[in-house]
Design a protein around this ligand. Structure first.
Ligand code: M5T
Ligand code: MG
Length: 240
């Protein structure tokens, strides 16, 4: 049972159990399968919290989150975790080979699957440029990867599960514009719905949908052209 990756938020509000105020207020939006969704907003606006609701890392207090039209609270958690690739804001790599780092969490992945994920994540060419290729050691006794290389490696780790939905929490911040655009196009080509938390206008240009959060509210949503026309904050970000 694979998913198409349509995601719907219907009047979703959310508050962490240990806090006084809600961090997300009445969020509603809808994405088509395979869409690229950029999420922007200042630090603390609620970007990480919003994407965390999709794999049910947390539960919203009101409203409904749907995947392919199904309320996610009715879906099997294992199925959800398998269908959704999540690249957290904090990168975790461990001492071990590149291959093991990509396969982390899916130890039965074949080398072919690992290579396919690395290609999609735009990191395969870098890996094969190392003398030991996929057997290259990371960590103290191994190579030191650049920030952007580490980000792509963790993206490959999420892609090895062939998810229908990919959540990238600031995971392209260290990539140059061209590499990022190639990555987003590759994800589009395999019809993987991608939520990209970003501070860069370059990543929103080609998004099908931009969600602009301010203090937990959806200040504006639409395409780059629509927001440029209708949203003063977006204009300001664009011009800065
Ligand atoms: C939104 C609070 C946080 C902020 C608001 C993860 C987390 C966040 N918060 C908690 O109370 N408990 C938590 O476990 O929620 O935070 P966010 O969603 O992390 O915001 P962001 O991703 O837009 O910010 P940043 O800095 O990553 O760009 O009030 O205190
Ligand atoms: Mg965050």
């Amino acid at each position: 049972d694979t998913i198409n990756g349509a995601v719907t938020f219907d009047h979703v509000s959310f508050q962490y159990p240990d806090t006084q105020a809600a961090v997300l207020h009445d969020i509603s939006f809808e994405t088509k399968p395979g869409a690229t969704v950029a999420i922007m907003g200042a630090t603390g606006a609620g970007k990480t919290s919003l994407v965390g609701l999709i794999p049910r890392l947390y539960e919203q207090n009101t409203g409904v989150v749907k995947i392919d039209g199904k309320d996610i609270t009715t879906l099997n958690t294992e199925y959800l975790r398998d269908a959704i690739g999540y690249v957290p804001q904090e990168i975790i790599l461990f001492t071990g080979t590149i291959q093991d780092n990509i396969a982390w969490g899916k130890e039965d992945a074949t080398l072919d699957e690992i290579i396919e994920a690395a290609k999609l994540a735009q990191i395969h060419d870098t890996i094969i440029s190392f003398p030991m290729g996929y057997d290259t050691m990371l960590g103290q006794k191994g190579v030191n990867l650049s920030g952007g290389q580490k980000q792509r490696l963790t993206i490959a780790r999420a892609l090895v599960r062939k998810p229908g939905i990919l959540l990238l929490d600031d995971s392209t911040s260290a990539l140059d514009i061209r590499t990022e655009a190639t990555l987003l196009q590759a994800l589009r080509d395999v019809a993987c719905t991608t939520f990209l938390i970003t501070q860069k206008i370059s990543s929103t240009l080609h998004a099908d949908l931009i969600l602009l959060l301010e203090d937990g509210s959806l200040l504006a949503q639409g395409s780059h052209e629509e927001l440029l026309e209708n949203c003063v904050l977006y204009q300001r970000i664009y011009e800065s």
